[in-house]
Design a protein around this ligand. Sequence first.
Ligand SMILES: Cc1ncc(COP(=O)(O)O)c(C=O)c1O
Length: 359
Amino acid sequence: MLAGFTHAPAVELAERLARLAPGALGHAFFASDGASATEIALKMAFHSWANRGRPEKSRFVALQGGYHGETVGALGVTDVAIFRDAYAPLLRAGLVAPFPARHADDHRFGGIRGAIDAADALRKLLAERHGEIAALIVEPLAQGASGMRFYHPEYLRRARELCTRYEVLLIADEIMTGFGRTGTMFACEQAGIAPDLMCLSKGITGGYLPLSCVLATDAVYGAFYDDRVERGFLHSHSYTGNPLACRAACAVLDLFEREDVLRANEAKAARFIQAAAPLAHHPGVRDFRHLGMIWAFEVESDHADFAARAFALALERGVLLRPIGKTVYFMPPYVVDDAQFALLVDAGLAIVQALGTGA
Ligand SMILES: Cc1ncc(COP(=O)(O)O)c(C=O)c1O
């Protein structure tokens, strides 16, 4: 582990991530999976305020429907009942801010009205309680586990402004959205914002080895820069900064550069949107949506066990889908080709035909 030590792959990876990340996130703290990155970001946010003489800033704000992992700290800021409720007595629940959902007539504004209303609610919450709040944590642009819910980047712009105004750190959990998933390297870029802390995992090694990382600003890092050990960030895991995992992550970044993965994905996504048209326009499908390399839709169905049956139907066709309630989503690896995407669409159509209303 990297307890007071370092090695070449960790240094190279930290420097490359800092160059790629929005803003000035020049410090990297490594761990081994998404939830441990969330724990680190929460602990770091609180401890940085405590080191600055403000230990009362110890609460977190999270969005309705947010998901940040399933360890005890991460569940406190996760608002997905199926994962959280069984452990409720163990958790220190975060304050919950409204999700920037689209209004019924919001299609004319591309979801911006929902973003403005949710930001207003956040402003009220922060204005009242900022003295006790360490950080706001969000999944930028797309909530995953609560049903692939996309939202307007204006919310992130406003949330960034509010966090700065009320001295609340902004944690961007890019564990799912990072490394090109939403079309840009990091989802925050589409809002033109930089968080104070950014959590990364999943795509960081292309899924090959377990690794996660929290990037932080100079200001956060500076709060810990002290000779007194108790003011340091004493957090480590056996696999913190594992050299093989860091080398795999550097290899992923090599591929992004050499094969211009973001641009290649853009071309792929344009073809896939066309290929998915029969699904998008199927009368049994609602709210077919797409963001970068994520596709999702709702199926009108009377089957209470929809998710399990849809999973089985897809598997029979050689496709691994994990519907969330009645939301079906495709999140293919970037090596997916046209024939494989057609297979996804076929599986989607089979699900709608077998389980959709009227089927
Ligand atoms: C946004 C987000 N945060 C955190 C996590 C937790 O990551 P892990 O499963 O590696 O603990 C996930 C995983 O699905 C995620 O999508």
